[in-house]
Design a protein around this ligand. Sequence first.
Ligand code: SAH
Length: 351
Amino acid sequence: MRFIKEDTHIINLLDLNKDDISKITTNKGYPGYRAGQIYKWLYRGIHDISSMTDLSEALRLELSSEYGIILPEAVSKQVSETDGTIKYLMALGDGNIIESVLMKYDYGYSACISSQAGCRMGCLFCASTGAGFIRSLTAGEMTGQILAMQEDSGQKAGNVVIMGIGEPFDNYENTIKFLRNANDPDGLGLGYRKLTVSTCGLVPGILRFAREGIPVNLSVSLHAAEDSKRSFLMPVNRSYSIDKIIEACKIYTKATGRRITFEYAMIKGVNDSISDASALAALLRGLLCHVNIIRLNDVEGTGLRKTDRENIMRFRSIIADAGITVTVRRELGTDIEAACGQLRRKTTGKY
Ligand code: SAH
């Protein structure tokens, strides 16, 4: 069965890791290697335990009464005419709706997945906030978005970014479980460096992540170098101010040796002046980091506008002249509202 409703007692095998599955098979009295066989099948595009053909009929039946493979269902999709980006509306098992995006780059496809149905962070410029918060996604619901997109498109995602709807560090354990399954050679088999987590700056999450021992890429959405501006744009800054974020980032880079990417969406007349650029350069001086400038994507009703291109180039030069590596993110999927901050599916199940 492809789409199982929440009122069933079926547990989604995609929510489990190898150890979880080992416990199940051991409890049922099966030899240890069965768990590895089951785990591998989950990532081979099957929808049903009965397709696990190297298991005995008895084990398949036994498992099917308690477990299933529950994938989000792609209920609609839009393909960008300009760059081939595909935006999917996905229905979760309980009818909640999220969005996921498959982006095409020169080096292959990159999947952008949601970590929550809705978001409670309230960033002024982001459409996902407008849809309210319903619940966090399970690890399997994150994996399932990738499997469903791969199946529909026939393309393998070589990179995954958790930059869709939601705040991954507000769903910490499930995010980590997902990342480990994504990295497992028998799971999605993606190197840690092919995986990126993006946070709005939840300091306890950054500190915990520093100790996690998984070398994935970390992006921090900064968007302003000064507290009053950042608090205006991102209410979360009232709890975790810029100083605290930078302090946590230093601990992170020291513990992991990994460079942090700071995202900076440029908003006309708000954070795009020469003094904003100088403040950003001063803030980040000496930190192992990279700045990624995003041209604000329009979101109706926010009153915020994207910066002119000349401004972006001027801003970029100031950062670069301070010795900080800086890139301007390519805009993908803007014609289908699939770009950063434009994902906002309501989660009522009506689509
Ligand atoms: N909650 C996480 C991940 C989701 S947002 C985070 O805040 O990082 C992914 C990225 O898109 C973030 O950098 C976010 O700030 C950015 N973003 C949100 N709305 C945007 C918009 N309208 N234009 C450009 N980028 C936006």
